[in-house]
Write a protein that binds this ligand. Structure first.
Ligand code: R5P
Length: 299
């Protein structure tokens, strides 16, 4: 890969994304910072940065999957020390937590993503990149340059390479995912539909209404940004099957997979569930390093 014109990158691997960060560093020929880290028995995190970072450009790589708040705090600790030591600090956050709370949906709610953005700036982060932020409106909460790159082309290409789909159609569980499925369908040169999902803002209960008949005898690829509890995919699959879908595949960018999400999805009759490695998981089959390499090469 052609290296950026100005400074070389140094990579600071956060504990949540160590393996991912090391692979990224190898791919761009960047050095990895020498960092001692440990967890105390009470759960507190400790870091000591042993490399000299004065006037260096450092990318911290730390995904903020569960335990979310611990991973965020570790990112803040690293960023604070690196900027204190004179580095230009960039944050690569493959999965950006709290992005689903980019506004107050009910009166009195904390806009958690806004608080997270203030914290990143306060510890000296100069620029941030994430992958498929839940809603691009969330980027507006950042007062530092903040970007979201998309893994959708990589996922679509994975499906095109690995599955022999017949009469396939792409489906988003909800309106919020329309742009994602449109892009996905365009790459596979097939049609897409947007299902009518609603979620009770108090109980979190998911409902699907007005299921379409356009899925009859088709292979349906359900595409979502996040699979968390798996309820969205479970219920969508059940409804799609009731409506005559032949096979249902499910894919997401961020496989949070909390509790028994995978079992729940498999029991609903999904053929295969595929995610990316923004979060390590048993289904993280698609490597998103190439899109981060492209992003870094533009800086
Ligand atoms: C919501 O708008 C997101 O795009 C996902 O559909 C949601 O986070 C999935 O959550 P779960 O797997 O818990 O249904």
């Amino acid at each position: 890969m052609a290296k950026s014109s100005q400074k070389e990158w140094l990579i600071a691997p956060g504990p949540a994304s160590r393996e991912f960060a090391i692979n990224l560093a190898k791919s761009i020929g960047a050095d990895i910072l020498d960092i001692d880290s440990k967890l105390f028995p009470d759960g507190e995190s400790y870091f000591r940065i042993k490399s000299n970072v004065m006037n260096k450009r450092v990318a911290i790589v730390q995904s903020t999957y569960p335990p979310v708040d611990k991973h965020i705090l570790q990112l803040l600790f690293l960023a604070h020390k690196l900027s204190e030591d004179g580095a230009e600090v960039h944050a690569i956050i493959p999965y950006l937590a709290y992005a689903r709370q980019h506004r107050a949906f009910l009166q009195g709610e904390v806009v958690s993503l806004g608080v997270f953005s203030h914290l990143l700036r306060s510890v000296g982060v100069k620029r941030l990149v994430t992958v498929d932020i839940h809603n691009v409106e969330g980027l507006g909460l950042f007062s530092i340059p903040a970007y979201s790159v998309s893994a959708i082309p990589l996922i679509a290409e994975y499906f095109s390479r690995n599955y022999n789909l017949s009469e396939a159609i792409v489906a988003s569980p909800d309106f919020g995912g329309s742009i994602r499925v449109e892009a996905f369908a365009k790459i596979l040169k097939i049609n897409y539909i947007v299902l009518n999902k609603s979620r009770n803002k108090i109980t979190g209960e998911v409902l699907f209404k007005d299921m379409t008949e356009r899925v009859q005898n088709k292979d349906v690829i359900l595409v979502d940004d996040i699979i968390s509890s798996g309820k969205t995919i479970e219920l969508a699959t059940m409804k799609l099957k009731e409506s005559g879908a032949k096979r249902v595949f499910a894919t997401c960018v961020h496989p949070l997979l909390v509790e028994n999400a995978l079992d729940r999805i498999k029991k609903a009759g999904v053929e295969e569930v595929i995610g990316t490695n923004t979060i390590p998981s048993p289904i993280s089959k698609i490597d998103i390093t190439p899109i981060l390499i492209s992003y870094l090469s533009t800086l």
